[in-house]
Structure formats: structure tokens, C-alpha cells
Design a protein around this ligand. Structure first.
Ligand code: FAD
Ligand code: NAD
Length: 474
């Protein structure tokens, strides 16, 4: 029987970096995953690489470029006629990117000596795991033993009874990343991150998109003013986002879907060619045997862990989407590395108050730390500084000057409490704010740092100057 120091279950962004780190630290490590590529071959990478972050960003990029050529290039004096989109080619490109990156993980496993065990894992005890090979590699089930386990089994789309996925007309995010045609009328249930990103992809390519959102508020984790600006801009791009509209039922024939929803108790109906269900994701522990061996699970199905991702069984850790906290790839990776290092005897930790979030619409929305509404609710005395990209030379030069930066600092200590950005490349700009917060930075620190000119990062600098009452360009 094969015996390891650590077995990692799941090779998504929580599991595969954890396995690599364990091996780097000298631990005999195996990583088990059951994901199958479209040809039925086992493949690492999890949701993020195969059906999440990477394929969605590939389509967002293609659709952004298409939309630029169609609607904005003329402004630059670039004329193009007869621009068309080849959906098949766009999908082939996306699939090629995914394949390159997942193969890369295979290469890293070989480089760092992680044993890759494709198959489904079931825990028989805290030290004994049964592996059932799947897909093309299906065969005899076999046991492995281990001193430690890291569970990184991720999440799956939350199924809701009012809109059951049929993978034909009603799809989840995976289905929407693989449409073969542009649906003329596209409905989306949920204006969360997935709804906005996939709505942007298909809207830019020509779908008439209606997004139905049960809540009255838009993008709750984002600062109110930034979220309101984003709502207006996305609306102006053609995304018809209807807040306070709870989907109550769906019906479909062979061609179209009827969506019933309620808005302030009034019953309404919408007919679309495709409906994407993007109502959130739920932790995945199906078939894992976690409950059978005594691992505590919370009422919402998350594996219960302490701040270091340790479960109630001391040799078992759990990381990523399967435990509490935001369902984000970088959060999963940070936790996976922490678990690996703790198993190796290090005192690693994760700073949960400095995890950035990004919505990859255009402009992008990115944030870290608290919102003004949270600070008000907590009665924290804070100053805010703001800078619109309309006043940024670089944003003007590139033709993307919508949006703003908001920064919040503690009135007494000047510590940065939150930074919220709506603007071009906000996903990259937020890294500076995260770094500043990780180093306990103050508004004055950001205001004193020299930022290259002309860059978008000057907007962050100016927002920090504004928080200190010394705005230069507004
Ligand atoms: P996963 O990536 O879900 O990996 C879990 C792995 O465990 C899977 O490969 C699964 O096959 C395997 N597994 C499960 N059970 C077993 C078992 N019993 N035996 C063997 N293997 C098992 N996050 C971001 O930060 N940025 C983004 O831009 C972003 N975009 C997204 C877009 C979409 C459309 C979606 C759906 C998600 C997106 N996310 C994004 C979220 C991100 O994908 C997840 O937060 C991340 O993948 C979680 O990583 P994980 O390792 O915890 O789980
Ligand atoms: P979400 O929780 O962000 O949004 C789901 C939305 O659906 C909610 O706003 C909810 O109110 C709404 N909803 C639920 N039932 C409804 C109903 N009956 N009618 C109308 N609206 C309804 O979930 P998501 O967008 O599915 O994303 C899932 C997870 O994936 C998120 O946790 C997110 O962190 C992650 N993700 C991250 C990124 C990124 O980081 N860029 C991208 C995609 C996904």
C-alpha cells in the first residue's frame, strides 16, 4: 500500500499549491483529483482553471477586444468594416489556454515530486483514503495511507428548484462558458460576480441581456458609491440589471425559456433563448466520507475549521471554497500554503482582512478592506478620499476614463481601512492597496510614494492625497 506524509484531495487553486508546498518542504505528497477534461481524461486545476477564473477571463478578453473594435476603435481613427465573431474559434482559443495551464500543473507536480493520483477520493479514516480511478483511467479502487490530509474539494453551483439546469436552455456557469452560438435574448438569474462577468461576455458579443437579482442592493461587498457608479455604467453598456426581482419559476419548450419573477409582489414574466443560473455556489463534500469519519460540518455544508484551517481532527486541514470565507482562488491558495507550512511545523497564517476581490467587468471593480457603509455601521471615525479617472491623464489617453478610486483611512491613526476602485485595470491597481494594508500602511504612506507619470496608479495616489486633504488634481 502507498504511504505518504500528506495527501491533498483536490487539485484546484487550494489543493495544487498546497501539494507543491508540502513537497518543497520535504514531505512525501500525493494529490488526488477526479476532474475530467472534455475528452474524459483526468486533469488538475479544479474549477478555477477548467471552468472558472481562466476560461471566463479568456472570454472576457475576447469580447472586450471585439467590443473595442466595433464601438471604440473609430474614435482612435481606426476604421474597420465587416467585423464578425467566430464563436467556435473563440472557444477553441479558450480551451487551448485552459489546456496549456492545466498541463503546466502536471509539469509542476513532476518538477516538485508530487505524486498525481487521478481519481475520486473517499476517506475511510483520518489516515486511510480510498482512490477510485475515473474516466479514461477508470480501474481498480485502491487504498493509500497518510499522516496528514488537506481537503481542497472546492464548491459546485448551488442548484435552485425554481430554475433547474437542463444543460440545454437553462445552464450554469460551465454551460455559459461553452455556448456554441450567441443567444439573441439571454436571461441571467443573479447579479453576483458570475452574472455580471458572463453577462458582460455575451452582452458585448450581441446578446440582449437581462439580469434578475432578488436583492434590492447591488454588489453588497463593494462600497456603495462605487457599486452605484458601476451599476450605472454597466446599464449604459446595455446590461439590463433588474434589482429586487426574485425568480419564482421557469418553464421551457424546445426553443425558449419563460422566467417568472416577482418585483415588489407584482408577478412578471420574461422570455429568453437561454437562461444562466448564477445563484451562488455551495461547498462540495459529496462522496468524500468526511462526516462518516467524524469531521465537523457547519449547517451550510462548509467543513468547520479554525483560523489556521485545521478541522476538529488534528491531522486533517481543509482549505478553499469548502471552508468559510470568500470563494476566491487566491484565498484558496493562501490557505493551502498555510496548511502545508503548518503541517511542516511552521507558524504560517493568513491575513483575512486583506483579501482583494475583483469583478472583471469593464471597467473592472476591485476592492480590499471595508466599505464606507461597514465603517459607518461599526461607528468607526474615518476619512475618505476620492479621485475620478476622468481627471487621470493616462486614463484619458487610453480612452477609459470612467470610474473612481475611494480610499478610507482611520481619522486617529491614518491607517488604511479600505480601498474600492471602479476603473480600467482595477484588478492590477488593487495590489498596491493590498500591499499597503499588509504593511499596516497609512494614507500618508500612499500619498508620499512616488507614482510614475502618466499611470493609472496616480489615481490611487491622488485619492490618498484627497483623504489627507491635499488633493492636487481635483
Ligand atoms: P476547486 O477549484 O473547486 O477545486 C476542487 C477540486 O476538488 C476539483 O478539481 C474537484 O474535481 C476535486 N474534488 C472534489 N471532490 C473530490 C473527491 N472526492 N476526490 C477527488 N477530487 C475531488 N475566483 C477568483 O479568485 N477569481 C476569478 O476570476 C474567478 N472566476 C470564477 C469564474 C467562474 C465562472 C467560477 C465558477 C468561479 C470563479 N472563481 C474565481 C472562483 C474560483 O474558481 C474558486 O474560488 C476556486 O476554484 C476555489 O478553489 P478550490 O481549490 O477550493 O476548489
Ligand atoms: P453570488 O453569491 O455572488 O451571487 C448570486 C446572486 O444570485 C445573489 O446576489 C443572490 O441574491 C441572487 N439570487 C439567488 N437566488 C435568486 C433568485 N431566485 N432570483 C434572483 N436572484 C437570486 O454567486 P455567483 O455569482 O454565482 O458566484 C459564486 C461564487 O463564485 C462567488 O462566491 C464568487 O466569489 C465566485 N466567483 C468569483 C469571481 C471573481 O473573483 N471574479 C468570478 C466568478 C465567481
Amino acid at each position: 500500500m502507498k504511504n505518504y506524509d500528506v495527501v491533498v484531495i483536490g487539485a484546484g487553486p487550494g489543493g495544487y499549491p498546497a501539494a507543491i508546498r508540502c513537497a518543497q518542504l520535504g514531505l512525501a505528497t500525493a494529490c488526488i483529483d477526479k476532474w475530467l477534461d472534455p475528452e474524459g481524461g483526468p486533469v488538475p486545476g479544479g474549477t478555477c482553471l477548467n471552468a472558472g477564473c481562466i476560461p471566463s477571463k479568456a472570454l472576457l478578453d475576447t469580447s472586450h477586444q471585439y467590443s473595442f473594435i466595433k464601438h471604440e476603435a473609430q474614435e482612435h481613427g481606426i476604421h474597420s468594416a465587416g467585423v464578425t465573431l467566430d464563436v467556435h474559434r473563440m472557444m477553441t482559443r479558450k480551451n487551448r489556454i485552459v489546456k496549456t495551464l492545466t498541463q503546466g500543473i502536471g509539469g509542476l507536480f513532476r518538477k516538485y515530486n508530487v505524486e498525481w493520483l487521478p481519481g475520486e477520493a473517499r476517506m475511510l479514516s483520518d489516515r486511510l483514503i480510498e482512490v477510485s480511478p475515473v474516466g479514461k483511467e477508470a480501474g481498480e479502487t485502491y487504498p493509500v495511507t497518510t499522516r496528514h490530509v488537506i481537503i481542497a474539494t472546492g464548491s459546485v453551483p448551488a442548484a435552485i428548484s425554481v430554475a433547474q439546469v437542463d444543460n440545454r436552455l437553462i445552464v450554469d456557469s460551465s454551460g455559459a462558458l461553452a455556448f456554441t452560438d450567441i443567444p439573441p435574448r439571454l436571461g441571467i438569474l443573479g447579479a453576483g460576480v458570475i452574472g455580471l462577468e458572463l453577462g458582460s461576455v455575451w452582452g458585448r458579443l450581441g446578446s440582449k441581456v437581462v439580469i434578475l437579482e432578488a436583492l434590492d442592493r447591488f454588489l453588497e461587498p463593494v462600497d456603495r458609491k462605487v457599486a452605484e457608479s458601476a451599476f450605472r455604467l454597466l446599464g449604459a453598456q446595455g446590461l439590463d440589471i433588474r434589482l429586487g426581482c426574485r425568480v419564482t419559476g421557469t418553464g421551457s419548450n424546445n426553443r425558449e425559456v419563460t422566467v417568472n419573477y416577482e418585483n415588489q409582489q407584482e408577478k412578471q414574466q420574461l422570455t429568453v433563448d437561454k437562461l444562466i443560473v448564477a445563484a451562488g455556489r455551495k461547498p462540495n463534500t459529496k462522496g468524500l466520507g468526511a462526516v462518516d469519519i467524524g469531521i465537523e460540518i457547519s449547517e451550510h455544508g462548509f467543513i468547520h475549521v479554525d483560523e489556521h484551517c485545521r478541522t476538529n481532527l488534528t491531522n486533517i486541514y481543509a482549505v478553499g471554497d469548502v471552508v468559510r470565507g470568500p470563494m476566491l482562488a487566491h484565498k484558496a491558495t493562501a490557505e493551502g500554503i498555510m496548511a502545508a507550512e503548518r503541517i511542516a511545523g511552521h507558524k504560517s497564517s493568513v491575513n483575512y482582512s486583506a483579501i482583494p476581490g475583483v469583478v472583471y467587468t469593464w471597467p473592472e471593480i476591485a476592492w480590499v478592506g471595508r466599505t464606507s457603509q461597514q465603517l459607518e455601521a461599526e461607528a468607526i471615525d474615518f476619512r475618505s478620499g476620492e479621485f475620478p479617472f476622468a481627471a487621470s491623464g493616462r486614463a484619458r489617453a487610453s480612452g477609459s476614463s470612467d470610474g473612481l478610486v475611494r480610499i478610507f483611512t482611520d481619522t486617529k491613526t491614518d491607517r488604511i481601512l479600505g480601498v474600492h476602485i471602479l476603473g480600467p485595470h482595477a484588478s492590477e491597481l488593487i495590489a498596491e492597496a493590498v500591499t499597503a494594508m499588509e504593511f499596516d500602511g497609512c494614507g500618508e504612506d500612499l500619498a508620499k510614494i512616488i507614482h510614475a507619470h502618466p499611470t493609472l496608479s496616480e489615481a490611487l495616489h491622488e485619492a490618498a492625497l484627497a483623504a489627507g486633504g491635499h488633493s492636487l488634481h481635483i
